[in-house]
Design a binder for this molecule. Structure first.
Ligand SMILES: Cc1ncc(COP(=O)(O)O)c(C=O)c1O
Length: 463
């Protein structure tokens, strides 16, 4: 059973602190019309979110029209790494608007080259060229195209793409096929015979993963042989698509597993793409999540925090791979438009000048200590925690059965919202925490206190 957030205003205790304010029933009665109109005019697939109607944002805070103010632990999953309405980004956008250059299609403009140059400069050396798009889902599909085109330069049948069951790569047809989740791709009506899915190496999938000596290399090899038994020819693998951590729970791969995968890719001459759309640009305490695995990928898919605001995504790689498609055969109407590029450039500058990658690692220590303490305090409710940088995933279970408890996770999110804290509601048995990397330490600590209170009260309410 899915939990439904109350659309009827609930009387809650007022809150007034340095960082939060709740002074109406929640959802605020004045905002109900917007929620109801959305239900009326917009397809329901967009709905199910916590009923907070955003009016204004600033750094780590979200305001509604009534003056209620939430600490934001979502960064709009995870776009606003450099802070909501970052002044460097808003002023760059303002300048571009005042300059009266909103769109150029594929005609050249200076902002495009300034942004591309900055992107290539701040990313590791193997990334020499980029292709800009609007949505993350376009970037992952583009990476599939590039991996297959590259494979075909070696052998015309080298087309197979290996991805992970349950990973998120977007919602267009190819991206849905990458996920290997039948509930999300049944509508397609067929499966791409050259797409194969590895089971995600969950800590609990291993028979003895608590054993530090557990052999993740062997685990990877066995899973690859299981795909071979289903018809996969290793010589025909074009590439691997790896969500840099499993999105729904912020679950990281074992390092040895990814190293084995990359070694295998080298042996069989196939490419490795990391989808860093969610994890990129400092979220994990490093510029990119793949750097925690100590490997060198061929392609990266970027999005979300690439611009910190407007729709902008990218695929980056070596010139050799990026130049495989012919002139004009990889383009999009809104690719690289001046507004997105100016937001992107200001965002990358803000990440650099604010030392936000280092700040994420430093504040991550605060976050991890607190989440570890919560795991001990609520050991019958929290089954796993995953933390890197300013990112945490908390997985909940039922104390009675030990089984995943998504209902409880939703109730905690609702309780936290009523207290002035926005958490990432995944719709599953997990909650994710990922504030803007610019959040002050005091606000981070206060938000974590509220999370603790919301957990305690939800446990009490559900007894
Ligand atoms: C890892 C990952 N890849 C791809 C996407 C798709 O991005 P978009 O929603 O911009 O198409 C998402 C979106 O949540 C994501 O988290």
């Amino acid at each position: 059973m899915k939990y439904q957030f109350s659309q009827a205003p609930v009387d809650v205790s007022p809150v007034s602190t340095k960082y939060r304010k709740i002074k109406t029933a929640i959802p605020a009665p004045e905002t109900l019309k917007i929620l109801l109109d959305l239900e009326k005019y917009e397809s329901r697939s967009m709905h199910g979110q916590l009923p907070v109607v955003w009016y204004r944002t600033e750094n780590f805070q979200v305001y509604d029209v009534c003056g209620n103010c939430w600490i934001d632990f979502t960064s709009t999953i995870f776009v606003a790494n450099a802070g909501h309405a970052n002044p460097q980004i808003t002023s760059a956008l303002q300048k571009t608007i005042d300059h009266k250059l909103l769109h150029t299609y594929t005609f050249a403009h200076e902002m495009r080259v300034l942004f591309l140059k900055k992107l290539i400069e701040i990313t590791p050396d193997q990334f020499e060229k980029a292709f800009l798009l609007s949505a993350g889902t376009e970037a992952t599909e583009c990476a599939v195209k590039l991996m297959r085109m590259h494979g075909q330069t070696i052998n015309p049948a080298k087309l197979s793409i290996i991805s992970f069951q349950g990973a998120m790569h977007g919602r267009t047809m190819g991206a849905e096929m990458l996920k290997g989740d039948p509930s999300q791709s049944a509508w397609i009506g067929y499966r791409d015979p050259n797409m194969y899915h590895l089971p995600f190496p969950y800590p609990w999938a291993a028979k003895d993963a608590s054993n530090k000596k557990y052999n993740w290399t062997k685990h990877f090899e066995e899973d690859m042989h299981a795909l071979k038994a289903k018809g996969l020819n290793f010589d025909n693998i074009a590439g691997f698509m790896i969500e840099s951590y499993l999105g729904w729970g912020a679950i990281f791969y074992p390092v040895a597993y990814i190293k084995a995968l990359v070694d295998f890719a080298k042996e069989y001459d196939c490419l490795v793409t990391f989808d860093e759309i969610q994890g990129g640009f400092g979220r994990s305490g490093k510029l990119f999540v793949y750097q925690h695995y100590d490997v060198e990928p061929d392609l990266l898919c970027l999005g979300k925090s690439l611009s910190g605001s407007l729709p902008l995504s990218a695929v980056i790689g070596s010139a050799e791979i990026m130049d495989l498609p012919e002139f004009g055969s990889m383009s999009s109407t809104h690719s690289a438009n001046p507004l997105c590029c100016s937001a992107g450039l200001a965002n990358l500058e803000a990440i650099e000048t604010g030392n936000l990658v280092e700040e994420s690692a430093r504040k991550g220590e605060i976050l991890h200590n607190r989440i570890n303490a919560l795991k001990k305090k609520y050991s019958d409710r929290i089954s796993y925690i995953f933390c890197k940088g300013l990112l945490a995933g908390i997985i909940f279970k039922s104390p009675a059965t030990g089984k995943p408890d998504g209902f409880f996770a939703s109730q905690v999110c609702e309780k936290a919202m009523q207290k002035g804290l926005l958490l990432v509601h995944t719709g599953r048995e997990s909650i994710k925490i990922g504030p803007p990397l610019t959040i002050p330490d005091g606000a981070l600590e206060e938000g974590l206190d509220v999370f603790d209170e919301a957990l305690a009260e939800t446990i009490q309410d559900t007894k």
